[in-house]
Write a protein that binds this ligand. Structure first.
Ligand code: DC
Length: 223
């Protein structure tokens, strides 16, 4: 059985960067499943399809070739042969990803692809439904979170460093809206799996968060 580690949590909890660091220390791959929903969102925007229109999204999902490949151990996300890794981080694509991820047909396609990868390879997978749906039997499940205010503060600082001066209140508002959409959709909403270990990073710095996750992994897979 390959090593499978499931990490879920809301936007801005540090999932991606913490998962990257943990996977690197364990010498396993990290699959960021949000990138796959983002690629679908980008593809629909390019097709001129409203990502909030379920029927239109369903009609086109079959022709959206989302692929993930690893280059020097790092995930790259593709639409067909086009590497869209750097194009899927805009606010517009974030909102589109949150919308498309509501549709069962989209979720089925993404979940099946994620399960195929995890069945073959040692992987840490992060997302919203990994412990509850994708890897229901994962030996390690972690729910990573922090208060909305702290998550918004981190996002605000990242934005400022990147030259985006969106006011803190606006960042917090968008984050709460995305939480609401992700936690209240009908299909596979974000929630903590019953057997997941909660890691609240509100009071932890990055290194402490990585250590907290590694300790939980170590209890199952050894150090
Ligand atoms: O983690 P992220 O912000 O890159 O995810 C983008 C969107 O995709 C997010 O709003 C929720 C959705 N998503 C999901 O529904 N299921 C996953 N496993 C990962 C992401």
């Amino acid at each position: 059985m390959p090593i499978n580690i499931a990490i879920d949590g809301p936007v801005g909890a540090g999932k991606s960067s913490i998962s990257d660091a943990v996977a690197e220390r364990l010498h396993i791959l990290h699959l960021d499943t949000g990138a796959m929903y983002r690629a679908v969102g980008l593809a629909l925007l390019r097709l001129g399809v409203d990502p909030g229109d379920e029927k239109a999204a369903m009609d086109r999902i079959g022709e959206i070739p989302v692929n993930v490949r690893y280059v020097d151990g790092k995930q790259h996300t593709y639409l067909g042969e086009e590497d869209v890794t750097d194009l899927i981080r805009t606010d517009e694509v974030s909102a589109a990803a949150s919308s498309v991820s509501r549709w069962p047909a989209v979720r089925r396609a993404m979940v099946a692809a994620q399960q195929r990868m995890a069945a073959e390879t040692d992987m840490l997978i992060d997302g919203r439904d990994i412990g509850t749906v994708v890897l229901r039997n994962a030996p390690v499940k972690i729910y990573l979170t922090a208060t909305p205010e702290e998550r918004a503060r981190r996002r605000y600082e990242q934005n400022m460093a990147a030259g985006d001066n969106t006011p803190y209140e606006k960042v917090l508002e968008a984050l709460i809206a995305r939480d609401h959409q992700d936690m209240n959709r009908a299909t596979d909403p974000l929630r903590q799996a019953e057997d997941a270990v909660l890691v609240d990073t509100t009071q932890l710095n990055f290194e402490e968060s990585v250590e907290a996750v590694l300790r939980i992994v170590g209890k199952v897979y050894g150090n």
